[in-house]
Design a protein around this ligand. Structure first.
Ligand code: NAP
Length: 278
């Protein structure tokens, strides 16, 4: 089977590499010619081009461009394709993509592999990036179940654990476990550096160790990706931020009023619950 991948960066390139290693004929399209050449030289794909017409012979196409380019890319490729081609994506938000994409192309299936690193572009491509990672498929009521199964099978072949839900539940869930943590972590770093006493800030920088490394990691990542999470999952992210703000006020109140038993109860509960997320 010939598979097309558009956007040969971290996610698209890593998927292309795994599929090539599994024996698929993978055809890549990327914005820059040098990325296409590198993808061929490193045997990430069998063929690559900056032109979409190379995808005419493919059966399934993965759009792996940044979130803001997914719908534009879809609009641009469909004129090159026969109507039975399955088009899917890997975007980190689904509600602002899947309904519009399905209007444009009936054989569209939304998906989101929950794998990644802090790196970007073709240099960041890794074999087996998706092994044991969750991959969520987000069909609409009118999405063909046959197409959903084909997309699920491909993600299963590269090692993903497959889940299925609606675009809305997906966006609400990832707001809590992915997009909110980026904002909290960014706010943590920003609050530390903005503190009025420079001597304290300087000492904090020297003393920061494993705890700060863990809690600041996602806030110190790719700014473009964080911005797109906020722009394209605005409503759900705001809901989570406001609920988080209310819960933070309760913690502040418990500390101010020395309700230590409340704080102990909370910390015991979070200690017990954390493994259920990981
Ligand atoms: P990335 O490493 O920056 O790769 C995207 C690549 O797409 C770029 O390297 C660029 O390649 C190419 N590109 C950009 N615009 C394009 C266009 N209009 N047409 C064709 N190619 C284009 O980004 P990524 O982390 O792989 O993210 C890609 C998608 O995966 C996003 O939708 C994101 O939401 C999703 N995702 C990301 C993660 C993560 O943790 N990073 C996890 C899950 C899903 P050249 O300019 O070099 O040609």
């Amino acid at each position: 089977m010939k598979i097309g991948i558009i956007g040969l960066g971290l996610i698209g390139g890593s998927l292309a590499l795994d599929l090539t290693n599994l024996g698929y004929h993978v055809i890549g399209v990327s914005r820059q010619l040098k990325t296409c050449n590198q993808a061929i030289e490193r045997s990430i794909v069998s063929q690559a081009s900056t032109e979409f017409d190379i995808l005419a012979q493919t059966e399934v196409i993965f759009i792996c461009t940044p979130i803001g380019s997914i719908l534009i890319t879809l609009e641009r490729i469909i004129k090159h394709l026969p109507p039975d081609v399955i088009i899917t994506d890997v975007g980190s938000v689904k509600g602002s993509i899947v309904p519009q994409a399905t209007e444009l192309w009936a054989n569209f299936v939304g998906a989101h592999p929950m794998a990644g690193t802090a790196n970007q572009g073709i240099e960041a491509v890794e074999a087996n990036l998706f092994k044991n990672a969750p991959c969520v498929i987000t069909p609409l009521e009118n999405t063909s179940t046959k197409n959903v199964e084909r997309v699920k099978n491909i993600w299963h072949e590269v090692g993903c654990k497959i889940y299925e839900t609606t675009p809305e539940i997906h966006d609400r869930a990832v707001a809590w476990i992915s997009h909110l943590p980026v904002m909290i972590s960014a706010n943590l770093i920003n609050s530390c550096i903005n503190h009025e006493n420079q001597e304290v800030v300087n000492m904090a920088k020297k003393l920061a160790s494993s705890g700060f490394k863990d809690t600041s990691r996602v806030g110190g990542g790719n700014p473009e990706l964080g911005l797109m999470m906020a722009q394209y999952n605005k409503e759900q992210l705001l809901n989570s931020l406001k609920e988080y703000q209310q819960n933070l006020s309760l913690i502040i109140n418990d500390i101010e009023t020395e309700k230590w038993e409340n704080l102990e109860h909370l910390l015991t509960k979070t200690n017990q619950e954390r493994p259920n997320f990981l």
